[in-house]
Design a protein around this ligand. Sequence first.
Ligand SMILES: N[C@@H](CCC(=O)N[C@@H](CS)C(=O)NCC(=O)O)C(=O)O
Length: 296
Amino acid sequence: SSDGNGNGNGNDDDRRLPKFRYLSAWFCPYAHRATLALEHHSSRVSYDWVEALGWEQRPDDDGVTGTGKEWWYHWKADELRRSNPSALVPTLIPVNDETGVVDESEAVYESLVTIDYVDAVSGATGKDKLVSDDPYQMARGRIWSDRVNRECCSPYYGVLVRKEEDERKEHFHKLLTGLRAFSSELVKTSGPTFLPDGQLSNVDLALLPWAYRYYVFEHYRGPDYAIPESDPELDAYRAWYDHVIGLDSVKRTLPDRDRYLDHIGKYADSSARSKVANAVRRGAAAHEIDDEVDEY
Ligand SMILES: N[C@@H](CCC(=O)N[C@@H](CS)C(=O)NCC(=O)O)C(=O)O
């Protein structure tokens, strides 16, 4: 299993492990959540990475972008269209261990759901779990994965896709407010992770792909869009970031920074066409994709 990006667990002796075809895209932060869960549990689940989405440039005949170039998703694997009604990555398709039969009728998608699902099938126990056994912590984790998704992940696209400076600023401030809220929530536990005692969780994995990608703001939007280095309200967030980004299971999932910068430039100059980009252009949030309206 390989995506050309160093991912894939390459586990040969995996006959007894739950197995998946993992429909992904190297650049996609939503898919990155699933990758992080799969790699956290790499000794307990097995997967074949399938690069299922890519870019293709098409001419901007109608002058839609104002940039003279328009980019569309290059292609989507047929497998992705068949198995996920929204045809989005990440999508996990179970493979029968004994027969090798691929069961597309039991595909699992929506990145936040894939984390919990991988955790459940992994059979992990105790502190290895990404979803706490403790009912309060489980509920708190659900509240906060949704919240970071809305407040720290979705505004990322507003900063990049919106064309007016005041709109970009508004999304950036929303994101900083979300990060400060997350930071003060972190202080409630012993840290540095969201759950007590350094246990990694679905909340950490929900935010991490975007936290890793915030560097693109400064490049495309200037120094005012850097996440402040010395803001006491972000101290816990900083400690959290330094910890999670250094974990071995995380390090092997990180896309190359320059390659990603180039990729996301298509959002930053508004020439990208995708469901997320289209939703954000019409003024909706990235978590509010509408399959009918945002189809391209
Ligand atoms: N809500 C979805 C969003 C996933 C998503 O938007 N993935 C993008 C790639 S980053 C995609 O598949 N885009 C294809 C398209 O826009 O049609 C999730 O959390 O999994």
